[in-house]
Design a binder for this molecule. Structure first.
Ligand code: ACO
Length: 429
């Protein structure tokens, strides 16, 4: 059987044979379909990329109908359960293989030795109000990094590229923690290279002056797993932005700042914050049925539910739900857990949600853990960004080394006015 499809253009009666590769046709092949020689050719219209692949990628695989997520072929559940550290999973994502002991050590050292942030970045952070939203401060600090490392603009040099990968991976937790410390008026804690990635981050966040870092191992483990679960998710909104900015050959700090800005939206990474606000608004179990009724009447959305790709339980949400109980053993339960469980139960049994295949996504339970660990609600998306930085970098790297890629530049269907003459002010109605 030939891997082609034949399209008949009913406008002209002509037939076109179009190759099918990876169950996909090339949109540019449709340009052959014309009504006349000077016709531009057929285009596709796909708002929000509902059915358009913009890349070939070897990084992350998702089967949304089956609820499968794999990094480089490894199921997310196995990585969450067995990965010895976040940096091990990060290595796997970036290089495509699990590291040997020596490879992991080298990777860890390179990242750790780049975890110190230029002192002027502190001044940038301090220029913001203490009440400023942490994602705004975090995003601005990422963008500012490019001015400290102008050589990063040379994205064609593999060594220079790698140095920015180490710097971003090393500095993102430091910047995030400093954003928090500034908001609280607390002195900054500097990175400690003896600690694991997650432990170092938690120490920079919450150390209140103990001589030795004293991070609870259960919380360190939870943070590690949360970073692993958030590390990549193929062509999501923020990753698409990272690739798109990267496609113009902008430096990786600019691209990461753009990706972080995209992540901040409530339909994307900002949803974890929205879930907590929603639970606050619902307040009591007795209010759950009315809240669901309103959602079904189109008054708002059940935040933390639904996904463009998953039409089954988000596998990350399953891992997080289990992890929540481990964390609550240390921190005490989050009183909002009962509310979340009740919401989930009703939604999973309700026709409205079943018909639309709406299941809890990664953000539904992550906020409860973050809150129990003492992170302020506005800070949740920053935590997502720390984990996702390696995904952004890996996807960016794949993109700019992919010879099939060019500057990202969609087409449009123009539906505005035709040509008309300028009207002077005094003649306008
Ligand atoms: N609550 C209630 N109804 C919903 C929800 C929800 N959370 N999500 C989708 N729907 C409904 C829509 O109203 C629509 O109904 P209709 O067919 O009657 O019009 C139907 O389900 C399909 O929804 P779309 O908006 O077309 O789905 P899309 O793929 O565009 O959106 C998204 C996916 C943005 C995640 C959406 O489900 C949503 O807004 N969820 C809440 C926000 C959220 O949790 N975002 C985090 C996603 S995970 C992440 O980015 C990390």
């Amino acid at each position: 059987m030939a891997d082609t499809i034949t399209i008949t253009d009913n406008r002209t009666g002509k037939q076109y044979e179009i190759p099918v590769e990876n169950e996909t046709i090339r949109a540019t092949d449709l340009r052959k379909i014309k009504v006349s020689e000077d016709d531009f050719g057929l285009m596709t219209y796909d708002p929000a990329f509902m059915n358009t692949s913009s890349v070939k990628s070897r990084i992350t695989f998702i089967d949304g109908d089956k609820g499968i997520l794999r990094y480089r072929g490894y199921p997310i559940e196995q990585l969450a359960e067995n990965s010895t550290s976040f940096l091990e999973t990060a290595y796997l994502l970036f290089y495509g293989e699990l590291p040997t002991k020596a490879q992991l050590e080298k990777w860890r050292l390179n990242i750790k030795t780049h975890s110190l942030v230029h002192d002027n970045v502190k001044k940038i952070i301090e220029g913001f109000y203490r009440e400023a939203h942490p994602m705004g401060v975090f995003t601005s600090a990422l963008a500012a990094l490019s001015t400290f490392y102008p050589e990063a603009q040379n994205i064609h040099d593999p060594e220079i590229r790698m140095q920015q990968v180490y710097r971003l991976m090393g500095q993102v937790p430091t910047i995030a923690a400093w954003v928090y410390r500034h908001s609280k008026g607390m002195p900054y804690v500097y990175p400690d290279t003896k600690l694991t990635y997650a432990e170092n981050f938690l120490n920079m966040m919450f150390n209140t002056g103990t001589a030795e870092p004293n991070v609870n191992p259960v919380l360190e483990h939870a943070m590690t797993v949360l970073f692993i679960l958030h590390a990549d998710h193929e062509q999501n909104c923020s990753t698409n932005v990272m690739r798109s900015i990267g496609s113009s050959h902008a430096n990786p700090y600019a691209a990461a700042a753009g990706a972080a800005a995209a992540l901040s939206g409530p339909l994307h990474g900002g949803a974890n914050e929205e879930v907590l606000k929603m639970l606050d608004e619902i307040d009591r179990l007795a209010n759950v049925p009315d809240f669901i009724k309103n959602i079904k009447e189109g008054k708002g959305k059940l935040m933390g539910f639904g996904h463009r790709v998953y039409k089954n339980y988000d596998p990350r949400a399953k891992v997080i739900k289990k992890l929540a109980y481990d964390v609550f053993k240390v921190t005490g339960s989050n009183p909002k857990l009962d509310l979340a469980l009740a919401l989930e139960k009703i939604a999973l049994e309700d026709d409205y949600f079943i018909k639309r295949k709406l299941y809890p996504n990664v953000d539904f339970y992550s906020g409860l853990i973050y809150q129990a660990m003492s992170f302020p609600t506005e800070f949740f998306t920053v935590l997502f960004a720390i984990g996702r930085t390696i995904g952004w970098l890996t996807q960016w790297h794949e993109h700019i080394t992919d010879t099939e890629q060019k500057i990202a530049r969609p087409r449009q269907i123009y539906i505005g006015s035709g040509e008309r003459n300028y009207v002077p002010m005094n003649e306008r109605k």
